[in-house]
Design a protein around this ligand. Structure first.
Ligand code: KG4
Ligand code: ZN
Length: 342
């Protein structure tokens, strides 16, 4: 199929429409020159999935189909885009739920064709890395990024844009998944991260002794044993205060995350530690990364909480740089549910 593409725009003022539908957030945003956020609209499906205790893939895809057009329309209006549209359209093509990803990339390709502008496929994990850059465009590399979400837990050496070395990752549950599973066990609701974060402020982080798994092993993580330890402690002592359990669990996760990020920063001579992904919204993790950075004389890059959880501004930013380095993505590209970062 042929399409008429506008001659590519060069120079400042390059506006990318980003679309994110990899999991349970339907999001669209317009970002100029890779860092100026003109609009950033996120419609969360959390309420739809909460009654099932987690994301139901088929329901997520259907909700994306219903929500995407109004979300994109709002992002376009808020950004004040002219009728001839943005200069490129970027969408997450992986990793994520295949049906959800397909909704976003199909819509993005169709819009790119209608406007005659390039389509750019974006890796969701790379987009999370760009969330830190969006608010710190002059970030000096290398930076250690702790990418902690519902699906991933990684320590990444970011040597430059597009130049990533994954130093370690989780061998079982992701950090966010551990928050969600422990919250479900404690009967606290979904998603567990924000609820535990809040409840932990009223608890004693030293009340329950919990393991710090793989603390002395390089950069890999394991969180499934911690979840089992929480279950066993509560079963053994049913009268434990739930806030104490939440605080102790959260402290165990944060201790391991920060220790490994810190070790990696020392080893690669990083200028700082950045965090990204939903768990990067965690208050105690943010505080601990800041304290560690101050102690080690390096910087801490803590994106605003709304930039940590899934959004499309990070997708538009990642798309801008990918377009510059690799050019447009073929319209033949499909969803890649297990896409890797490097
Ligand atoms: O990055 P994200 O929005 O979606 C994925 O790509 O997975 O991350 C969602 C995860 C969920 O597991 C949620 O419980 C967790 O991030 N999360 C938090 C907090 N806010 C969200 N975990 C700990 N503390 C928080 N404040
Ligand atoms: Zn994510």
């Amino acid at each position: 199929m042929s399409r008429t593409e506008r001659s590519p725009k060069a120079g400042p003022g390059f506006r990318v429409l980003g679309i994110e539908t990899s999991c349970d957030e339907t999001a669209a945003a317009v970002v100029v020159d890779g860092h100026g956020v003109l609009s950033n609209v996120v419609s969360s499906q959390v309420d739809i999935h909460a009654r099932y205790g987690g994301v139901v893939p088929e329901i997520a895809s259907r909700a994306h189909v219903e929500l995407l057009n109004p979300v994109v329309a709002q992002a376009i209006v808020e950004a004040g885009l002219p009728d001839d549209g943005p200069d490129a359209v970027a969408a997450t093509y992986g990793p994520g739920l295949v049906g959800s990803l397909l909704v976003g990339i199909s819509a993005a390709k169709a819009m790119a064709m209608v406007w005659g502008v390039p389509f750019v496929g974006v890796n969701h994990l790379e987009a999370h890395l760009h969330a830190a850059l969006l608010e710190e465009p002059d970030l000096e590399m290398p930076v250690i990024v702790l990418l902690v979400s519902g699906g991933h837990t990684m320590v990444i050496n970011m040597r430059g844009i597009g130049d990533y070395e994954v130093l370690g990752s989780t061998l079982d549950d992701a950090a966010g998944e551990a928050f969600d599973k422990v919250a479900r066990f404690l009967g606290l609701g979904y998603p567990g991260g924000p609820i535990i974060d809040q409840l932990a402020t009223e608890g004693d982080p030293e009340a329950v002794r919990l393991p710090r798994a793989m603390l002395d092993d390089a950069y890999d993580f394991s969180f499934s044993g911690l979840k089992t330890a929480v279950v066993n402690s509560v079963r053994k002592q049913p009268d434990l205060d739930t806030a104490d359990v939440a605080a102790s669990f959260q402290a165990a996760v944060v201790d391991v995350l920060v220790a490994k990020a810190r070790k990696a920063a020392r080893e690669v001579g990083a200028t700082g530690i950045a965090i990204g992904g939903g768990v990067a919204a965690n208050s105690q993790l943010r505080e601990a990364v800041l304290d560690a950075a101050v102690d080690d004389g390096i910087q801490a890059f803590l994106p605003s909480r709304s930039m940590c959880t899934d959004n499309a501004a990070m997708v538009a930013a990642a798309g801008y740089y990918r377009l510059q380095s690799e050019g447009p993505t073929s319209l033949a590209v499909g969803a890649v549910p297990n896409l890797k970062l490097a």
